[in-house]
Design a protein around this ligand. Structure first.
Ligand SMILES: [Zn+2]
Length: 262
């Protein structure tokens, strides 16, 4: 599996090397004055009548909040929507797809839209066989939390593929054409350059230790059952379920980070 990550990608590595230095000698506390103030505060607390804290929200708030998707209750789900694909990129992708003879209009009618190439990526895994896997910073954070939660439940989630550039997608399609696959066969299991969710850095193909490859058998694993029950808490959604409207095969391995107002 190639890692065609453009040289112009920016990698965000978060470090913790900017911690404030603590003074070597701690400041001397005015112990006597501090104790006196503490005693006075404690006495005042004992003497004061018990106060019931005022509610922070009025009665109408829960009704308004009920309209929000459940996933929005988690801070790692509150990522801004993706920017639209810009015109130059759009024209480039259309030219490539025209060369392949892909029916772009049909794809757009079926609800697939052109997706932007990620402008920032963060490593999520360095694997001796697969190289470095990356995701958009928002999706990477949610993925790390989800994988840790699964591990705490005794479930292993294995990242198989995440960000893929439009250039790499083009290579995949060229190889399939060279292999003799028909257009219908290609569009049943691959998306044309510009339309793959993997370009955005928000999609990830997931396997498990017992099923470390792409295949519909993943749907029979404990890892898939765990994802079905829990992925929404981490804002991940199955993109291509059975009988999806895009005419794509069922892909139990392919999950997408869901952004705000997407
Ligand atoms: Zn995928």
């Amino acid at each position: 599996m190639g890692r065609d990550i453009g040289a112009d990608r920016h990698y965000i590595a978060r470090t913790r090397n900017q911690q404030t230095r603590m003074p070597v000698t701690p400041p001397r506390l005015p112990v006597r004055r501090f104790s006196a103030v503490l005693i006075l505060l404690l006495m005042a607390g004992c003497a004061a009548p018990t106060k019931v804290p005022a509610p922070l929200v009025d009665a109408e708030d829960p009704v308004e909040r009920a309209d929000e998707p459940e996933a929005r209750d988690y801070p790692w789900c509150d990522a801004p929507p993706l920017p639209p694909a810009d015109n130059a990129y759009r024209e480039r992708m259309e030219a490539i797809n025209e060369e392949f003879g892909f029916p772009l209009h049909r794809l757009q009618i079926e609800g697939l839209r052109m997706l932007p190439d990620a402008d920032a990526l963060q490593p999520i895994e360095i694997d001796p066989n697969r190289g470095m896997l990356t995701m958009s910073p928002d999706a990477a954070w949610a993925w790390i939390l989800m994988r840790a939660a699964a591990r705490a439940d005794g479930i292993g989630l294995v990242p198989l593929s995440s960000y893929r550039s439009p250039g790499y997608q083009t290579l995949i399609i060229r190889n399939r054409i060279a292999r003799g696959d028909t257009m219908a066969e290609i569009l049943h299991t691959s998306l044309p350059p510009g339309f793959s969710e993997h370009h955005t850095g928000d999609a990830i193909d997931i396997g498990s230790p017992s099923f470390p490859g792409l295949g519909q058998g993943f749907a029979e694993t404990e890892a898939f059952a765990w994802l079905e029950a829990n992925a929404a808490r981490f804002c991940f959604e199955l993109s291509y379920p059975k009988d999806n409207p895009y005419g794509l095969a069922f892909e139990p391995w392919h999950w997408r980070y869901v952004r705000r107002a997407q």
